[in-house]
Design a protein around this ligand. Structure first.
Ligand SMILES: Cc1cc2nc3c(=O)[nH]c(=O)nc-3n(C[C@H](O)[C@H](O)[C@H](O)COP(=O)(O)OP(=O)(O)OC[C@H]3O[C@@H](n4cnc5c(N)ncnc54)[C@H](O)[C@@H]3O)c2cc1C
Length: 294
């Protein structure tokens, strides 16, 4: 039934697809189907179809903050990859959810537009960035945002203003609603492109120096607890190198759990739980996972 619908509507899709291919942690079982519509209309139609036919679904960006269960996913993953158009009008930039944050930061820098430089090096796309309110080096994606277009649970296209998005540290309204983000509109500031380039190169170098970018991961495994840094707490507890199966607390950056080869979702969850427990016992601080387990 779903195959006929996807074929009829000319929606790119793969069946029995390994989620290892779609996540930066490179773990997880197979999804029954992953669909990648290339227009808002097709996305809306698909979401309406899934709802009307009671088919389970999950919305995916670039898979840099999610880990899929080893048993896989029995429904349809809707991935924003092909919604990646960009329109720049003066300082106003409207961009599809599927554009990578790094590509967006480069595209606007080339136009002398500032406000998204910090996105350079974050491996997610715009939809995933808005959902997570991604941030780094003093910036957050919500800072220069005007509004977000999304498809609601009934397949209806809607727009929400930034003030209504309930943004806070790694949090947005999208976390409590089954809404598919299709685009975001930003109002940026004019700035010298060379100055931005230097800053972006500098933060990329800092990432390369500090982060284990040579190993699959989902970035920081835990959110920053108020008044502390998760990586420092984990390091102080002597947990660098702690390993469960193929999952390891990075030797380079204690805030990252990395896949050192053949890690399963169960390995990662068990290691994260172990880290949380030890940090709670030794330092009395509760760590909350940043990565999302599906
Ligand atoms: C090496 C590395 C470095 C990182 N550095 C940073 C950093 O500096 N700062 C930071 O904030 N994060 C960082 N991250 C984590 C990650 O890149 C961010 O959380 C990013 O915002 C996730 O985007 P994504 O497109 O990959 O989303 P995904 O991982 O695909 O999804 C994340 C969540 O968003 C939801 N979602 C995704 N797209 C949509 C959509 N279109 N509509 C509705 N819901 C959607 C998903 O359902 C999921 O719940 C890093 C990760 C790695 C691997």
């Amino acid at each position: 039934m779903i195959k006929t619908f996807l074929d009829k509507n000319n929606i790119d899709a793969h069946f029995d697809e390994s989620m290892k291919k779609h996540t930066t942690f490179k773990v997880g079982g197979n999804a029954m189907c992953i669909a990648m519509p290339d227009s808002i209309e097709k996305t809306a139609k698909l979401i309406e179809f899934l709802k009307n036919n009671n088919i389970e679904s999950y919305y995916l960006g670039n898979g840099s903050n999610v880990i899929f269960n080893d048993n896989g996913f029995s429904g349809v993953i809707v991935k924003s990859l092909n919604l990646n158009n960009i329109n720049i009008d003066g300082t106003i930039v409207k961009v599809g959810a599927g554009m990578l944050m790094t590509s967006l930061s480069k595209a606007v820098r080339e136009k002398g537009l500032s406000g998204l430089e910090f996105c350079y090096g974050i491996p997610g796309n715009v939809g995933g960035g808005i959902f997570m309110n991604a941030g780094a080096y003093g910036g957050e994606i919500s800072n220069k945002l005007l509004s977000v277009e999304y498809i609601d649970e009934n397949g209806v296209l809607k727009t929400i203003n930034k003030a209504e998005c309930e943004f806070s540290y790694r949090h947005s309204i999208f976390m409590k609603n089954k809404w598919f983000i299709v685009s975001a509109t930003f109002d940026l500031e004019e700035k010298d492109s060379a100055e931005m380039f230097a800053f972006m190169e500098d933060i990329m170098q800092r990432r390369k120096d500090k982060q284990p970018l040579d190993k699959p991961s989902a970035g920081s495994s835990f959110k920053r607890p108020v008044g502390y840094f998760a990586a420092a707490l984990i390091d102080e507890c002597g947990l660098k190198g702690l390993t469960v199966g193929g999952a390891q607390v990075s030797e380079k950056h204690a805030g990252f759990i990395v896949n050192i080869g053949g890690a399963t979702c169960a390995d990662i969850v068990a290691l994260a739980d172990k880290v949380r427990q030890i940090v709670l016992e030794q330092r009395g601080v509760v760590l909350e996972k940043e990565m999302i387990i599906v």
